[in-house]
Write a protein that binds this ligand. Structure first.
Ligand SMILES: Cc1cc2nc3c(=O)[nH]c(=O)nc-3n(C[C@H](O)[C@H](O)[C@H](O)COP(=O)(O)O)c2cc1C
Length: 491
């Protein structure tokens, strides 16, 4: 297994001192590109707040079996932003990954999960699981999980509780049924004793279950990403826009986050959920996007311009709906600011990566744009496809057809000062984003003070819950702070 696979992980948190480690565990899974939901026992909420776990997972936390709203399905209850049973992404019943709609939230959770990880697992919780109890939400979900759901238990308790015959028997029962037991580790305990009973470290658990995390190539760096289309109003109900879905930009934001960057995503109107841990700024028009980007860009180390920004807008947006007129109508347009060029022109600005969607002469046109705008890297996209599934391979044979809206893409990367282009083969947009970031991250490194050790510097990604309205998680450290000693700009 590896972090490209986007596993659905249910983290169960029970009531023990080690519950303070559970937000870190959630972050480890998120960093490995997993989709995470959290269920807490009532006792767990005495040790760690549901709000913290909501912030790091990006979804409301479920605690109660007797939650009528959540049990009814809907949006997952309790203000869940896209939990099992809601109408977004792969959670849609019947969509890949979903196993059908029972109309009962706890059953949906059990069906949704591919992995269930109870960490920390208290002695009491282990006993309930071993005895097939279903009188709280976590135990009920584990009991309702299908045989192919991998259940892992990470015990954490006082060493005498751990050594007790009852706990040993309960764990043996769980192991016999196929559950995986990770830990506990030995060492000093919160109760003052020394011995086995400490919860295994989150990083180790995530590595065991998913695999290595992506390398922190962008640790300490601030990445600014634009995504989606813009909407240029003609009147209050009509406008000029394009077919960009935002998927490529969101995938790049997610990949930059996974590589350790603090990410701000400036998005035009799209129907996509923000990746947890990414700060999102919503805009509508190109001018709004320009304002938002220019406010953030001076503090960014890497700018990724993926948004399909309208080159022109109506010279005047009518205050009222334009009435039908004669057989012809003339529309006057005016130029929008060129966001990518403006960022590239900043003194000590970020390393810039632009996307050039072309329908012909893809590489030549993208190379011309790169030179003209002073951009560091240009990702050339052929958008001549008409099928939307990325199957097209026309034009110059780059195979980039159907870029807009599809889940797959291919690009050719052009680097300033480098003659040869690098073609990245068609794959899903997240994997492609990972490959792009892997190639661009070294430029951000090199842009530092030249001693080569900038990258993995100040920020250990240790910040906590996000701040600001749309900051949904804090796996990237303090969303407000600047990269500081981390990787920096072009000279
Ligand atoms: C301060 C305090 C710390 C506790 N730490 C642990 C612990 O580390 N491990 C454990 O198994 N139980 C611990 N307990 C006991 C559990 O919280 C208790 O058994 C509870 O019923 C567990 O509920 P749950 O399994 O539903 O989360 C602790 C209790 C208190 C008051």
């Amino acid at each position: 297994m590896n972090w490209h696979e986007n596993k659905r992980v249910l983290v169960g948190v029970s009531g023990g001192i080690a519950a303070y480690k559970s937000p870190a565990l959630v972050r480890e899974f998120i960093r490995r590109n997993c989709d995470v939901r959290v269920v807490m026992t009532r006792a767990a909420a005495e040790f760690v707040t549901p709000l913290t776990l909501q912030a790091v997972s990006g979804h409301a936390v479920r605690r109660d079996l007797w939650d009528a709203e959540a049990e009814a399905g809907g949006a997952g209850g309790s203000g869940d932003a896209g939990g099992p049973g809601d109408a977004s992404g792969s959670d849609v019943p019947g969509a890949p990954g979903a196993r059908g709609d029972s109309g009962m939230g706890h059953i949906e959770l059990a069906r949704w999960a591919e992995l269930i990880v109870v960490a920390p697992a208290s002695a009491d919780c282990i006993a309930r699981l071993a005895h097939g109890r279903a009188d709280d939400l976590l135990a009920a979900v584990v009991l309702a999980a299908a045989d192919d759901v991998e259940v892992t238990v990470a015990p954490a308790m006082n060493r005498r509780m751990w050594e007790s015959a009852a706990t040993r028997d309960n764990l043996a029962t769980l192991a016999k049924r196929g559950a995986r037991i990770i830990g506990p580790a030995a060492g000093g305990q919160a109760c003052g004793e020394t011995g086995p009973g400490r919860m295994t470290e989150p990083e180790y658990i995530a590595r065991e279950l998913i695999g290595e995390a992506p390398p922190l190539l962008l640790s300490g760096a601030a990445a600014l990403v634009t995504a989606g289309p813009t909407w240029e109003a003609l009147d209050p109900v009509r406008g000029l826009t394009n077919r960009s879905s935002g998927k490529m930009g969101f995938a790049l934001a997610q990949a930059a986050r996974d590589f350790g960057a603090r990410v701000t995503l400036v998005s035009g109107p799209v129907a996509l959920e923000s990746p947890p841990g990414v700060r999102r700024v919503d805009v509508v028009s190109a001018e709004e996007m320009f304002e938002a980007v220019m406010a953030e860009a001076p503090g960014a180390d890497l700018f990724i311009g993926v948004a399909a920004v309208a080159d022109y807008r109506p010279a005047q947006a009518a205050a009222h709906k334009i009435a039908k007129q004669g057989a012809r109508m003339r529309l006057e347009l005016t130029r929008n600011p060129d966001i990518l060029a403006a960022v590239a022109a900043l003194e000590s600005g970020p390393v810039t990566l632009g996307f050039a969607a072309e329908t012909e002469n893809v590489v030549a046109n993208a190379r011309a744009k790169l030179e003209a705008k002073g951009v560091d890297v240009m990702a050339a996209n052929w958008v001549g496809g008409d099928d939307g599934d990325g199957g097209g391979d026309g034009g110059d044979g780059l195979g980039n057809g159907g870029v807009f809206g599809g889940d797959a893409n291919a690009v050719t990367l052009l680097f300033r000062g480098r003659r040869e282009a690098e073609k990245l083969a068609r794959t899903d947009k997240y994997r492609l984003a990972v490959q792009i970031i892997e190639r661009v991250a070294p430029l951000v490194t090199r842009a530092g003070d030249g001693d080569g050790d900038d990258k993995v510097a100040a920020d250990d990604n240790g910040g906590d819950a996000g701040d600001g309205d749309k900051v949904t998680a804090g796996n990237n450290g303090d969303a407000g702070a600047h990269a500081g000693a981390g990787a920096r700009h072009r000279a």
